[in-house]
Design a protein around this ligand. Structure first.
Ligand code: G2Q
Length: 252
């Protein structure tokens, strides 16, 4: 593991003000200093491996805001690509574009039992212990985020995954999927993105994607599936413009 991100307090409070002031004023009035204090009290003076999902509830409740219908987008093994897509098109709002996700994305934090100071020495690695400060946050935030999804929802999965595109043990598979509300969601669109230079291991209707489709059907969701959704693929193409999938006029 590595220690808490340097200047965590300044970054978190700064990002919060950036979010409510500029990025998403529709989130409404929030007290960013109080949000920071509430967040800090979740993990300060505690064993960093004994922070539960419930511990984050006061912070998550205080930071809650609406997610417009049709803007929810889930991902698994496609986080960076999904965030890039969201930053460009601005008509989707992944967890990392909500207040809590925006405040903490890419950061690391934990405390220690012996003092109320943040732990700048070493925080648990992601899989070091189940209830670590960061993991419990992302799990807890994912529950809140999934429950709010409404309208047409998107899911971006990795068709070139070395394991499986849909993993029941992932946060998407184990937490978000089970918290989606059939009464609020009109349909679910799956986007299966292969790495441009990777292998096409799984596609719509194949392998673990087929399992996910069956699960969605059983739960009563309307869904559709698109392989290599072109707008997202064009973002992948920025780094490989000469790749044949990036050719605007393919010479077959
Ligand atoms: N920022 C993010 N967004 N995630 C982070 C961070 C961070 O700084 N640090 C760790 N993680 P995956 P899933 C965790 O297999 O497990 C959220 C994430 O919590 O690619 O399915 C979002 O709504 C996650 O466990 O994806 C999405 O739908 C892991 O990195 C879903 O949860 C990425 O593992 C993705 O989680």
């Amino acid at each position: 593991g590595r220690g808490t991100t340097a200047n965590l307090e300044e970054i978190v409070i700064g990002r919060c003000n950036d979010y409510i002031g500029l990025k998403n004023p529709a989130a409404g009035k929030k007290n960013c200093t109080l949000l920071w204090q509430t967040l800090k009290s979740v993990f300060a003076s505690k064993d960093p491996c004994k922070i539960t999902q419930d511990d984050y509830k006061p912070f998550l409740t205080m930071a809650e805001h609406d997610i417009p219908s049709g803007k929810s987008i889930f991902w698994s093994q496609t986080g960076e690509l999904t965030r890039q897509y969201a930053d460009i098109v601005k008509n989707v709002m992944p967890l990392e574009s909500t207040l809590t996700g925006y405040m903490l994305n890419g950061l690391n934090w934990c405390g220690q039992r012996s003092s109320s100071e943040l732990n700048y020495e070493v925080c648990p690695a992601w899989n070091e212990c189940e209830e670590n400060a960061a993991k419990s946050f992302w799990r807890s935030a994912s529950v809140v985020y999934a429950k709010k999804a409404s309208g047409e929802v998107k899911v971006v999965l990795n068709g070139s995954s070395q394991t499986r595109a849909f993993r029941t043990e992932s946060i998407f598979g184990s937490i978000e999927l089970g918290n989606l509300d059939t009464n609020r969601i009109s349909s679910i669109q799956l986007w299966i993105m292969d790495n441009l230079s990777g292998s096409d291991k799984e596609s719509c209707g194949v392998g673990s994607i087929a399992q996910l489709e069956i699960a969605l059907k059983h739960k009563g969701f309307k869904f559709s599936c698109i392989d290599n959704y072109r707008p997202v693929q064009l973002i992948q193409c920025i780094w490989m413009p000469e790749h044949k999938s990036c050719n605007i006029c393919p010479k077959n």
